[in-house]
Design a protein around this ligand. Sequence first.
Ligand SMILES: *Cc1c(COP(=O)(O)O)cnc(C)c1O
Length: 373
Amino acid sequence: MTTSTQAKIPVLDLSPEIDSLWDELNAALQRVLRSGQFILGPEVKAFEEEVAAYLGVKHAIGVNSGTDALIIGLRALGIGPGDEVITTPFSFFATAESISNVGAKPVFVDVEEGSFNLDPGLIEEKITPRTKAIMPVHLFGRPCELDAVMAIAKRHRLKVIEDCAQSFGARYRGRQTGTIGDLGAFSFFPSKNLGTYGDGGLVTTNDDAVAELARMLRAHGSKKKYHNQLLGYNSRLDSLQAAILRVKLPRIDGWNEQRREVVGRYNQLLADVPGVITPELTDGHVFHQYTIRLSANRDEVQARLERQGVSTMVYYPIPQDRLPVYHGQYPANPVSDRLAQQVLSLPIWPSLSAECQERVTGALQAALQPDLP
Ligand SMILES: *Cc1c(COP(=O)(O)O)cnc(C)c1O
């Protein structure tokens, strides 16, 4: 079985999207270049209004990255040194890093095996007098169990900050993620479901006072230029990114629907493959990643797939609490530790063809054979 004549399949291919939007993107970029306004300005304001309307949230504040959205979000909610924030071990490091960077302590609560998300049943035992907030992550685009999280937060008077970096357009019981907790933090990193062609992020909230603080924090802690009131950041969304996002925003629901169709096909193709557990196609899930679990030899299977021209990724090989930066500070989270050994994310993007998917699943089945050289 040689694949040498076939093109490699990457984990993500943005070129079909860029090709399909080429003229509109060029017009948007030229409009910004001619405007002479490159940071914030009317383009960012228009995007903030459009994205707030799309999400159904009162305030949307464009910032420099998803990481900054988390940091600014935490600070706007009043979280800082001495506070504890409950979050998931199974996420990209920006989640815990943002908590540590505002001087608070991340407290990790293990995840549910099937959803990869924070297990609400394990939250309360980790609450202490220092706990100020819960930061759930809607991992891979699957909304976490927010009803349960919100009920616990209410009972213990905690803030909820949703890490929506992977969940743009996902809905929990019909409502957009990032609009249910006290605050949402989104990323527009190029590979995210709504990605731009650079860095970008967004803070969302329905709280006027929190929104005002977030707006100040992104602009050096000032409401009025040169009248800085607190220590903030230089974390403004730039106009070129906002103009690109305005071209892409009206397409996001269609693209997310296409992702779900891709997932339906993958799940069918892999339904009877022994040793492979496929993700559930749940309501509102937007599949930033299509992540399967393998019962054995994940790294070997990944290497074999690569040799057959199919690129895959492991999100995440090391849970956050196990990273060298937190060495020795945390007890084990058995589910998260196990998932880190089992997960494999297959190629996914909205226009991924059925033919490519068949090549991926065919290569996977071959790679799972124990007697392969
Ligand atoms: C991408 C990501 C972030 C950070 O977003 P950036 O825009 O890259 O800073 C935070 N949390 C999660 C879960 C992410 O996937």
